[in-house]
Design a protein around this ligand. Structure first.
Ligand SMILES: [Zn+2]
Length: 270
C-alpha cells in the first residue's frame, strides 16, 4: 500500500513569506533577553513582531514553550504541529495552538540551519518530536534527582513570568519546539535519537508572532545534545532571545488569525 499524507496542508491559509520577509528586513531590535546555560527565561512578543532565537558563544539547543500572552490556556500544540507539518519545522511552517483555538501562534520566517535538510540517518533540526528533558524521566531511568532539566527550567521561568506557585506553573509547561536540536527516529527500531547539533554562534531561528506571545526558552543542560542531557556533564552555552518590531505600515494585508471556527458542543447540542 502507498502512504497517504494524513493532513495535506494545501488547504491551510498560506504564510505570506514575502510580506513577512520584507517586514523583518525593516524591523528593529527593541528588547533582548539572554538565557543562561541550564536555565530558562521568558520574553514578551506583541503580535506583528518577531522573535529571533540566536546561538551565542557555542553550540546549544533550546526548548521552547509558547503561550498566548493574554490567555495562558492557549499554548503551543507540538503534536498537532507535527501532524500538520512533519517531525521538524523550518521556514514557512506554522506553530499551532491548543484546542479550542487551534490557530497559528507563530510562523517560522527565517532559519539559518535550513541547509541541513534530512541527513543519512533521517535526522533533521528543530524537532517537534521530543517533549523536553525532565526530572521525572531522568529519575525513572537513573534513580537520580537533577534539577536543571528543561522541564524544571521552564517551570521556574513560567512561575516567575506569571507569578504563580511552582506546582501551578508546572501544570502550564507543555511539549516543546526543540530549537536547533538534531533528532530523528532510528530506522531499525523506530526509537527517538539525538546527535550533536550543527548549530554554531550566529545561527538563528526567527518566528513571526501571529498573536501576542509569551515565549519561554530553556538552554538545555545537554548543550548541543551530542551525548547526554540530564546532568552537568555537557558543555552548555547561553541563548539570546531578541524581539524585533517592524514599522506599522510593513504589515499591510496581514491579519491576526482568528480562533478555530468549529461550532463546539461535540454533538451534544441539537
Ligand atoms: Zn533539555
Amino acid at each position: 500500500m502507498r502512504p497517504v499524507i494524513c493532513y495535506p496542508t494545501d488547504a491551510l491559509p498560506g504564510a505570506d513569506l514575502v510580506l513577512y520577509g520584507s517586514a523583518l528586513a525593516q524591523a528593529q531590535v527593541t528588547e533582548t533577553v539572554l538565557v543562561p546555560p541550564r536555565d530558562a527565561q521568558s520574553i514578551r512578543v506583541p503580535s506583528g513582531a518577531f522573535l529571533r532565537i540566536v546561538s551565542v558563544d557555542g553550540p546549544q539547543v533550546g526548548d521552547l514553550n509558547l503561550f498566548n500572552a493574554k490567555d495562558l490556556s492557549e499554548r503551543f500544540y507540538s503534536g498537532k504541529t507535527r501532524a500538520l507539518h512533519g517531525t521538524h519545522v523550518s521556514t514557512g511552517d506554522r506553530l499551532w495552538s491548543s484546542f479550542p483555538a487551534l490557530r497559528p501562534m507563530a510562523t517560522v520566517v527565517a532559519d539559518t540551519l535550513d541547509w541541513y535538510g534530512i541527513d543519512q540517518d533521517g535526522g533533521s533540526v528543530h524537532d517537534v518530536i521530543g517533549t523536553r528533558c525532565g526530572p521525572y524521566t531522568n529519575h525513572l531511568l537513573s534513580g537520580q534527582d537533577y534539577h536543571h532539566c528543561c522541564h524544571s527550567n521552564l517551570t521556574r521561568a513560567v512561575a516567575a513570568a506569571v507569578d504563580l506557585p511552582i506546582e501551578e506553573a508546572q501544570g502550564l509547561v507543555h511539549d516543546v519546539l526543540n530549537v536547533f536540536m538534531c533528532t530523528g527516529f532510528t530506522r531499525d527500531t523506530g526509537q527517538y535519537f539525538m546527535k550533536a547539533s550543527p548549530v554554531r554562534p550566529g545561527d538563528a531561528l526567527t518566528l513571526f508572532a501571529e498573536i501576542d506571545l509569551l515565549p519561554v526558552l530553556s538552554a538545555c543542560p545537554g548543550g548541543d545534545c551530542g551525548s547526554e542531557h540530564s546532568s552537568d556533564t555537557a558543555p552548555c552555552y547561553p541563548l539570546l532571545m531578541e524581539v524585533l518590531v517592524p514599522p506599522a505600515d510593513a504589515l499591510v494585508g496581514w491579519q491576526m488569525p482568528t480562533p478555530n471556527g468549529y461550532v463546539g458542543g461535540h454533538g451534544t447540542q441539537g
